[in-house]
Design a protein around this ligand. Structure first.
Ligand code: SAM
Length: 328
């Protein structure tokens, strides 16, 4: 195993970790930083709300002195099965649970945990979900437009692009993709319906947005982000997940959240600010009437970003931001 970890967060990490099937697994982002943010406690109980293939969970379970257990939640049963195989050596200390992290309170309770010492959320999707066939998340391949992390999820990207009204689709692409050309892209999609594959959608977007010579970022990136967020209802889950995490944390427990785009980060920042505030009355009120009791203390006001060395090794980490708060 290419990794050893202690509670101070110092670590030795091979450039690439090979999973049990011999493939290159997702490289956990801000690994040392998120572990030290969690301030792991000996015999503590932790929730990894986005366990994926288990990179962060593995590091938590390897820490010294040892924690008691990690509840590893993920909507994607396929990734979770890999995590389970990979973390088999930890036996019942790793508890894999297929579900939504916004339901972590009930999932924890079902597994005998009424409160926990720390919660980690590493939002979005893993590089494996983009690389592996079947998810329909990649514009580099041509496959059915799905984008669901949970194969039983309510709606696919294909349903959205082929059934939403043009205006609604344009607004979705503008809002969740922060794509200024959202309306033009929606118009082109509606004209070419049915749009059924990732490749078809990517080339249609490129025909609308164009690609500057030497442009590294694929012009479909923003639209794919928008559809992925909508399909998986990601922003709603972030808000509900943060609230559930705070409810589950024991006093002094840490909540560490890694996000990858500004829409998520804004939600986390304002949630932390609200939960750390001693008064949430409108500024127009002359005296405080809200009786607000803060539930969180913000640990780092400035986001923690990956080092240059990490970005070099793992370009996907480039946009990552870590925020941490403590339950009071
Ligand atoms: C960035 S990956 C996590 C990778 C993991 N930390 C690791 O090191 O292997 C994000 C994971 O979150 C999962 N996910 C996204 N939204 C979720 C939700 N609402 N509930 C549970 N899991 C979710 C995705 O399926 C994906 O596996």
């Amino acid at each position: 195993m290419g990794l050893t970890m202690n509670h101070s967060g110092s670590h030795k990490l091979d450039l690439f970790q090979t999973g049990d099937q011999g493939h290159i697994t997702h490289l956990p982002v801000l690994l040392a930083e998120s572990l030290s943010a969690l301030m792991l406690r000996e015999n503590g109980v932790y929730v990894d709300g986005t366990a994926g293939e288990g990179g962060h969970s593995q590091a938590i379970l390897l820490s010294e002195p040892p924690v008691r257990s990690v509840l590893g939640i993920d909507r994607d049963r396929r990734s979770l099965a890999t995590a389970q195989l990979r973390l088999a050596e930890f036996g019942s200390r790793f508890v894999p649970v297929s579900g939504n992290y916004s339901d972590m309170a009930s999932l924890a309770e079902e597994n005998g945990m009424s409160s926990v010492d720390g919660v980690l959320l590493d939002l979005g999707f893993s590089s494996r979900q983009v690389e592996l066939p079947g998810y329909g998340l990649s514009f580099q391949t041509d496959e059915p437009l799905d984008m669901r992390y949970d194969p039983d999820g309510d709606i696919t990207a294909e349903e959205i692009v082929n059934t939403y009204e043009e205006r609604e689709l344009g607004q979705l692409i503008r809002r969740y993709g922060e794509e200024p050309r959202g309306m033009s892209i929606a118009r082109a999609i509606v004209k070419q319906r049915p749009v059924t594959t990732t490749g078809q959608l990517a080339s249609l977007i490129e025909s609308v947005v164009g690609r500057r010579p030497g442009q590294r970022v694929n012009p479909a990136t923003k639209t794919f982000q928008a559809l992925r967020i909508a399909v998986n209802d990601e922003l709603t889950n972030v808000g509900q997940g943060l609230d559930a995490a705070v409810g589950l944390l024991a006093t002094g427990g840490r909540l560490a959240v890694i996000s990858y785009h500004s829409l998520e980060d804004r939600i986390i920042k304002s949630f932390f600010n609200r939960e750390a505030a001693t008064c949430v009355c409108p500024p127009s009120l002359p005296v405080c009437v809200c009786n607000q009791t803060p539930r969180l203390k913000i640990i780092n006001r400035r986001v923690i970003k990956p080092s240059e060395a990490e970005v070099q090794t793992n370009p996907r980490s480039r946009s990552a931001k870590l925020r941490t708060a403590e339950r009071i």
